[in-house]
Ligand binder design. Structure first.
Ligand SMILES: Nc1ncnc2c1ncn2[C@@H]1O[C@H](COP(=O)(O)OP(=O)(O)OP(=O)(O)O)[C@@H](O)[C@H]1O
Ligand SMILES: [Mg+2]
Length: 226
């Protein structure tokens, strides 16, 4: 098995309207090794979210290819991409995107049920994951009854549900006050060390970026070492 959990080669994405063509990503290269902790920084509009969506197979590139756990995404249909995403990747957005009608525990269980894992196993593992982010006392709470930091910790637990090789995060603490952001970051650091899951995190927080193994700057459509 390859040591790379995620790879992008020659990745390009542009957006066009009637008059303009915006080249957002240009022949971008990225390799993420097992267990690696990677920060991506870059100015607003540089294409960081666009890149994460491509890496997760939520969007299709205009050129190049993404490989997730060694499997190329090009040529796969939506359902096949969703299946690879669900088995190999976790995604944490800036806003938690939890299902409002479901409890914390049920939200964490959803990806496991989508992967056809038995309900009893999904429940038990969801509880364990909530415990890992310090929320075992909040398992039955719906998102509306959780604080911002707690919601984001549930979203992180959900991203870990199917033992992904890599978790992609788009400013996971960008919407939190500094103290709460710090708390969430401490959980992330602990999880990365304990579980050996690779993290690719977009952040505006240079201090947070500084604690990762590697920081890359997205500029002119390409990633460069910082
Ligand atoms: N679906 C789309 N159609 C047209 N333009 C788009 C689309 N998605 C993104 N863009 C443009 O691509 C550029 C990059 O957007 P993106 O959201 O990736 O930036 P970002 O680096 O994540 O910025 P921020 O730090 O503000 O979140 C922006 O100029 C945006 O307007
Ligand atoms: Mg963004």
């Amino acid at each position: 098995m390859s040591n790379l959990v995620l790879q992008a080669s020659n990745l390009s994405r542009h957006f066009s309207d009637a008059e303009h063509r915006l080249d957002i990503l240009n022949d971008l290269e990225l390799s993420v090794a097992r267990g690696e902790c990677l920060a991506i920084i870059g100015s607003s509009g540089s294409g960081k979210s666009t890149l994460l969506h491509l890496l997760a197979g939520l969007d299709k590139p205009d050129g190049g290819e993404v490989r997730v756990g060694g499997e190329g995404l090009n040529g796969l249909n939506e359902a096949q991409r969703a299946d690879i995403r669900n088995r190999h990747l976790g995604f944490v957005f800036q806003f938690h995107h939890l299902l409002p009608e479901f409890s914390a525990l049920e939200n964490v269980a959803v990806p496991m049920l989508l992967a056809n894992r038995p309900i009893s196993e999904a429940r038990a593992r969801s509880f364990e994951l909530l415990k890992q982010v310090g929320l075992e006392q909040r398992a039955s709470h719906r998102p509306a009854k959780l604080s911002g930091g707690e919601r984001q910790r549930v979203a992180i637990a959900r991203a870990l549900a199917n033992e992904p090789g890599c978790v992609l995060m788009d400013e996971p603490t960008g919407n939190l006050d500094p103290q709460t952001a710090q708390e969430v970051e401490e959980y992330l650091e602990k999880l990365n060390q304990q579980l050996g899951i690779a993290f690719v995190m977009v952040t505006h927080d240079h201090q947070l970026a500084g604690r990762m193994d590697r920081t890359l700057l997205l500029k002119n459509g390409q990633l460069q070492a910082v």
